[in-house]
Structure formats: structure tokens, C-alpha cells
Design a protein around this ligand. Sequence first.
Ligand code: ATP
Ligand code: MG
Length: 162
Amino acid sequence: EIVDFNLFLNRIIDRFEMTHKDEVEFIRNIPEMAMFSEIAVDKMNQVLDNVISNAIKYSNRENKRVEFHVKQNVLFNRMTIRIKDNGMGIPANKVDRIFERFYRVDKARARKKGGTGLGLAISKEIIEAHNGRIWANSLEGEGTTIFINLPCETLGEDGWDE
Ligand code: ATP
Ligand code: MG
């Protein structure tokens, strides 16, 4: 399905905002213009659900913040979505492992927070099936940023620009 990814993302954030209003501040740095992408809507929902849930779940702060940033690379018909939190972060030597099946940084704490440790492994599979890439950047005690790079196009005046 071809969707305006910015609209799609805004709707997901709206949903989280409704249920976490008192607990989390959501900051949107998302272009006004439409950015079209061909996605499996349910699967992409699953990816963003997990990434945003993680951003909220792995934070002990009073003032949780999740920041969204979407940037288009017109030249290559790609876009990068950045989801940044101010949570507990991940030790440098463990960041790359969070996309492995069942991997959890702090087993004891993770068990308390529920889940299986599959969320990011599944997200990675889904993103790669979309010809995309997903990776993370993190600073322990400061927060984590998840990057997702996906194909996209802008719609021209008279249809798809080739
Ligand atoms: P599930 O998603 O299956 O409910 P989960 O959240 O533990 O369980 P993943 O989403 O795959 O599994 O995340 C793997 C691990 O990576 C988490 O257990 C956590 O230790 C770490 N992690 C993921 N996102 C963040 C984040 N935003 N901040 C800090 N740690 C994170
Ligand atoms: Mg998760």
C-alpha cells in the first residue's frame, strides 16, 4: 500500500499521545509535505509500536521525552526516520546486539518490564523486507536513538515523478 508516511507516522504518535499524555512529551519534527512510501501498513505499525514502546519502557525518568525526526534524501528517494528518547540508554558494547532475537540488555530488569526480546529482531526483519535499514545509537544514562532508512518518493504535479 502506498501511504503518506508523514501522515501515517503522525497518526501513530497521536495514538501514543492519547494514552501517555501525562507521562511522556512527544516532539515532532516531521515535514508538512507528503512523503510517499510503499509499505505493509500493519507490519510498519508493528515496528513503530515496538520502537516507541521501547523508548517509553526503558526510561526511569519523570520527564520522558520521545522526539521524532523525518528527513528526506531527495537525490536517492530515501528517507530517514529518527526516534530519540532520553531514557536509560544502552552500554556501547551492547548496542549492536539489541537487534538479535531474545537479546535484552539487562535480563532482570527487562523481565520485570515484560516482553520477549523479539521486538527489534522482528522490526529489523520487517524493515529489511521493505528494502530498508534500521540501526541504533545510544549513550548510557543519556538516551537512545533508533534510525530507520526507507525508500520514499514525493508526488509531483501530475503524478509520480520518475
Ligand atoms: P519485546 O519487544 O519483545 O516486548 P523487548 O522490548 O525486551 O521485548 P526489543 O524490543 O527487541 O525487546 O529490545 C531488546 C532490548 O534492547 C531490550 O530488552 C532493552 O534492553 C534494549 N532496548 C531497546 N530499546 C531501548 C531503548 N529505547 N532504550 C534502552 N534500551 C533499549
Ligand atoms: Mg520491545
